[in-house]
Design a protein around this ligand. Structure first.
Ligand code: OOG
Ligand code: MG
Length: 255
């Protein structure tokens, strides 16, 4: 089984590196959610071996809008690494991706190690700062089509992130307007309330999944709370921005 997991991880890693999509892998070789996380961990090992450094984690499918768009209705999580970080206000080269999409998110910077499951009341004290952010997702599967197991194995489509200005406005995140614009036009709009009812719940969920995986997330890590709206396909020559009311805007150009 472990050689099978290693080979699936290598296939997905190669698809990401070469920006060439692969067929949905679970169709040939069905695997469980637990096995999918093992495959994901092996794909992160391959990234580490190339010198990539984990900088945090992301949650996925924390909003109804995302679950509906992708036809998957369980919360998922994956790793973010330093090579995924894109400069805020900078230019993102799309040829490194297969079929990239952008989604507006809220990003947390942690102030303490997360080494146990947290409850909602204490979650806030684990946050150093919060920022509006854009996640660039890029499924390594053809046509962006996958099962829950496939997408977990594929590190939850993680491909890039742009983090906007950090602030300490962490006690008023419950119901902030979220807008994703492309070339100034509103493409998606929603509320932070769409993220599990409150983005802080994503932090609670993050602490639970980490502890279930026996992982400690060091202070100073990023946690992407999950998109509040559906994702938008990216094209070259665009200006993409995500605004979260009260937090500000994160943006980038595409080429
Ligand atoms: C999976 C990643 C989902 C989110 O914010 O919900 C996600 C995908 O849609 O490809 O990042
Ligand atoms: Mg996301």
């Amino acid at each position: 089984m472990s050689t099978l997991h290693a080979s699936i991880a290598a296939t997905l890693d190669q698809a990401a590196r070469t920006a060439l999509a692969v067929p949905q892998l679970s169709l040939d070789t069905p695997f469980s959610v637990e096995q999918a996380y093992d495959i994901q961990a092996r794909s992160i090992d391959l990234r580490r071996e190339r010198g990539e450094k984990p900088v945090g984690i992301k949650l996925g499918f924390t909003s109804r809008a995302k679950m509906t768009q992708m036809g998957v209705d369980s919360l998922i999580w994956g790793w973010l690494t330093d090579t995924m970080l894109q400069e805020e206000g900078g230019t993102v080269l799309l040829d490194q991706f297969i079929h990239p999409r952008a989604e507006p998110e809220v990003c947390f910077l942690t102030r303490r190690d997360i080494d146990r499951p947290l409850n909602l009341l204490e979650a806030e004290s684990y946050i150093e700062a919060v920022a509006p952010a854009i996640e660039i997702i890029d499924s390594r599967y053809r046509a962006f089509t996958f099962t829950l197991e496939d997408v977990i194995a594929d590190n939850c489509s993680s491909a890039g992130l742009v983090v906007g200005p950090w602030s300490r406005n962490i006690n008023a995140l419950a119901n902030l307007g979220v807008i994703l614009r492309v070339n100034g036009r509103v493409k998606q709009s929603g509320s932070t309330a769409a993220i599990l009812g409150h983005p802080l719940r994503s932090l609670v969920q993050a602490s639970r999944v980490l502890s279930a995986a026996s992982q400690t997330l060091p202070a100073g890590s990023l946690i992407m709370a999950g998109a509040a709206t559906a994702a938008e396909a990216l094209n070259a020559g665009s200006h993409v921005s995500a605004t979260v009311s009260g937090l500000g805007t994160a943006s980038f150009l595409t080429r």
